[in-house]
Design a protein around this ligand. Structure first.
Ligand SMILES: Nc1ncnc2c1ncn2[C@@H]1O[C@H](COP(=O)(O)OP(=O)(O)OP(=O)(O)O)[C@@H](O)[C@H]1O
Ligand SMILES: [Mg+2]
Length: 372
């Protein structure tokens, strides 16, 4: 969990320190006061990435050349193992790279930095996860699994690179007929690389989905105290990558100059069991708006629990318990029943909540408050 952060030339903050309770911290302030920026900074320390900047230099304060975020983090509740996380972002001057990540003042590669401080982010944009495009659901899966699994982070990097290279090659084969006859040989290297990393990605995604379907239901009932009599499930629409499948689509792939099978084409569907009619239906097509939003809460609980379980599996030495929950202004999106579920979730680990409207929070007990 995070105990404090220091922002320098980060967004609207020139130089500012913030402290966080190990329970719930609320960040209260009017619109444009910097609430979301603080969560962005926390997320940056967690993943090494922004959840809203298109280019990272956007995070640097207007007119400055260097932004930094520093945080004090404890992996164990005993607080005897403080580590210092730091992210520095620069305009590209003098050939300096745009971003540096440091753990205890030692520069790290991103794959080794991300996931030391684990978080689950939840904002209004998540509310449409059920009905939005498949790419958002894949991104969701990647966010969960990248935090818990270094091998997954590496597989994603190598898979994405492989897809780009293989698509370029498919394009060349299409344009140049003389390459056509020997195309299997040319593609072989990339096929093998994609099958290896792609299968790893698929297996881990499957593992998370099975977890959500089997262990989450019971947990979710404890959060909403029996108020909801529907039952959610995920169905993995898996686009398997294998020699056979690549072979099967080889002609179409050259014509389209695109790799047509593999986890970059995965999706997952939300299912809902209607207890009255005892029937299972697609939540995106049949669910009410409220049921779809509840489905997202269900999924967020699975994310928290899964990350906790995986951290435990890393061994007692590195055990970091539950991830920190970052809630960005979601209460205005929810009715009171959903709000109660979120507050119940918030009590289960360190949580940081932003809101422009404090009256949403008057029911809870809070550890700390940041007023902007
Ligand atoms: N690079 C930057 N340098 C300086 N200010 C910035 C930079 N990027 C964004 N800002 C400003 O930071 C301010 C705070 O933004 P933020 O999104 O954190 O507000 P917020 O408190 O979450 O507001 P809301 O309640 O509307 O969501 C905005 O006025 C924004 O224009
Ligand atoms: Mg905001």
């Amino acid at each position: 969990m995070i105990s404090s952060i220091k922002l320098s030339n980060f967004r609207n903050f020139k130089s500012k320190n913030f402290e966080f309770s190990d329970k719930i911290t609320t960040i209260v302030g009017p619109n444009a006061s910097g609430k979301t920026n603080i969560l962005e900074a926390l997320y940056l320390l967690s993943t090494g990435k922004s959840f809203k900047a298109r280019t990272e230099v956007e995070m640097i304060q207007y007119g400055s050349e260097l932004a930094s975020v520093e945080g004090s983090h404890f992996a164990k509740a005993t607080r005897d193992d403080r580590s210092l996380l730091k992210v520095i972002i620069t305009n590209k001057i003098n050939g300096w790279p745009g971003k540096r990540v440091l753990l205890n003042n030692v520069p790290k590669r991103l794959v080794d930095f991300a996931g030391n401080f684990k978080t689950v982010l939840f904002g209004p944009w998540d509310m449409d996860l059920v009905t939005d495009s498949p790419s958002l659901r894949r991104k969701f899966l990647d966010t969960v699994l990248s935090q818990t699994d270094r091998e997954y982070r590496r597989s994603i990097l190598s898979y994405e690179k492989g897809i780009r290279q293989r698509n370029k090659l498919l394009w060349r084969i299409r344009e140049d007929p003389s390459l056509h006859s020997g195309r299997e040989g040319l593609l072989l290297f990339w096929n093998q690389l994609l099958i290896k990393s792609g299968n790893y990605i698929t297996d881990q995604r499957e593992k998370f989905i099975v977890f959500a379907n089997t262990t989450n239901e019971h947990q979710f009932q404890s959060v909403h105290a029996g108020a909801i009599n529907t039952n959610y499930q995920l169905k993995y629409d898996q686009s398997t990558i294998s020699e056979g499948r690549l072979e099967q689509y080889s002609k179409e792939e050259v014509m389209a100059a695109t790799t047509l099978v593999g986890p970059h084409r995965d999706d997952m569907q939300f299912k809902i069991n209607n207890s009255k009619f005892k029937i299972e239906r697609n939540l995106a097509a049949f669910g009410s708006r409220g049921e779809q939003r509840m489905g997202v809460l269900w999924l967020k609980l699975a994310e928290l629990d899964y990350i906790e379980l995986q951290s435990k599996n890393e061994g007692p030495e590195t055990s970091s318990g539950r991830p920190t929950l970052l809630l960005d202004d979601i209460f205005s999106e929810l009715d009171h029943e959903h709000r109660d579920v979120v507050m119940e979730l918030a009590k289960r680990q360190q949580t940081v909540i932003t809101t422009a409207d404090e009256h949403f929070l008057n029911k809870g007990k809070f550890g700390g408050k940041i007023e902007l």
